[in-house]
Write a protein that binds this ligand. Structure first.
Ligand code: GLV
Ligand code: MN
Ligand code: MN
Length: 401
């Protein structure tokens, strides 16, 4: 299959008819269809297919046990109503780059693998990069077992229902030790390449980022009969905290977003008993991020107290700053040309998680609007082709003669 045929084949899976966005959540039917698609692509190319103990998918050319493998790939899951490119562009481009290398008639000197890392977005269980975090030992089995989705289904239950063995999950140092280099191609989630006029760039770093859960607990009561003075309405400090997050982020040159909220009992004519909001915050460095997080928390505590509301703040995840390995990054720019732009990003990636264990690099493909995590996410056809050729050049430079 060509890039276009693969793209068209994958396109309907998990696409929501009304929004046009993707709902490919971990261990659901749409995820299973994406996984079947990956396996079919691997087998159609005669690659050795396997899933690892954490449910990540691998397609091998050459001996998986030989070591010093060059691995490329990304993820196929999505955020709620995500775009078509975040994740799939990297996986589809990996298969297309392998086809390109075979057409070039190169001889592989190192094993090559294509991967699909599971549950990158964390849309279902709230924690991003579960597959790579488990493999890298950055998420313990015990903590993974405690993850639950909005319906109360635990991660091991969901894995088992999808036909995977949750007993097996955990750190996978032997597998990671076989990787000599991991290169993830990804659609850019900003406009740096659009502004510089380049189709492809190389990643320098990922901002430190994390997710914090804010539980504002008040008192449920009648929306029509409860005097204003008698209310303990958690929506009010929540709303003020959203504004505080925006203010703190602006002051620090960072970003902070409340993008998900749960309200109990969630009735139009009831004062809420609980408002739960999730804060996603990111900054160029950890000192700045700490400052933003501290500022939001202080403001939230003050607002909660003023409204007679209890507040509990829980850090659900944190990913420190990632500086991609300079030697591999320089190798990529040498292969692609010294003028290739090198750019940082505020988005998290499996490559960032793996960078603590293996030499890792990323390629970004231009996104003309910068929009991502939305159905409007896009990359032009010519730029996708440029991405495939750049990835093929990189893989050839690293793994071929
Ligand atoms: C993943 O895309 C993230 O940056 O949250
Ligand atoms: Mn994403
Ligand atoms: Mn992604």
């Amino acid at each position: 299959m060509t890039f276009h045929e693969m793209w068209a084949d994958l396109a309907p899976i998990g696409r929501h008819a009304d929004s046009g966005g993707y709902r490919r959540y971990a261990w659901t039917g749409a995820d299973a269809d994406c996984r079947a698609w990956f396996r079919a692509q691997a087998e159609a190319r005669g690659l050795a297919y396997e899933t690892d103990r954490n449910g990540n998918q691998w397609a091998w050319l050459g001996d998986p046990l030989a070591g010093d493998a060059v691995v490329t790939g990304s993820h196929l899951d999505s955020v709620p109503d995500g775009g078509a490119f975040d994740g799939p562009l990297g996986v589809v481009s990996s298969f297309a780059a392998l086809d390109e290398l075979r057409a070039r008639g190169v001889e592989f000197t190192r094993p090559l693998a294509i991967t699909n890392f599971g549950d990158e977005e964390g849309a279902r269980f709230g924690l991003a990069c579960v597959g790579s975090r488990l493999a890298a030992g950055q998420l313990t089995k015990e903590k993974a077992y405690a993850l639950r989705d909005a319906d109360g289904i635990s991660l091991p239950e969901a894995m088992a229902a999808a036909g995977y063995d949750p007993e097996a999950i955990g750190a996978d140092p032997e597998r990671l030790a076989r990787i000599g280099a991991f290169v993830e191609l990804h659609v850019e989630q900003g406009r740096a390449l659009d502004l510089s006029g380049d189709a492809v760039g190389v990643a320098s770093s990922i901002w430190p980022h994390g997710r914090w859960r804010y539980d504002f607990a008040g008192e449920a009561n009648h929306a029509g009969t409860t005097r204003i003075a008698d209310r303990r309405d958690p929506m009010l400090p929540y709303a003020e905290t959203v504004l505080a997050a925006r203010r703190e982020a602006e002051l620090a040159g960072a970003v902070a977003t409340f993008g998900k909220i749960a309200v109990e009992p969630n009735g139009v004519n009831a004062i809420p008993s609980l408002v739960r909001g999730w804060l996603d915050a990111r900054a160029a460095d950890e000192v700045t991020l700490d400052q933003v997080i501290g500022g939001v928390r202080q403001a939230a505590l003050a607002h909660a107290e003023r409204h007679g509301v209890e507040l509990a703040v829980t850090r659900e995840s944190f990913t420190p700053v990632v500086e991609f390995q300079h030697a591999l990054r320089d190798e990529l720019t040498r292969i692609l040309g010294e003028k290739t732009p090198v750019l940082g990003t505020g988005a998290g990636h499996d490559a960032g998680i793996l960078s603590a264990s293996v030499p890792t690099a990323m390629l970004f493909v231009r996104n003309p609007t910068g929009i991502s995590h939305s159905p409007a996410e896009h990359a032009a056809e010519d730029d996708c082709t440029a991405g495939v050729l750049a990835l093929a050049d990189v893989l050839e430079g690293l793994a071929c003669r």
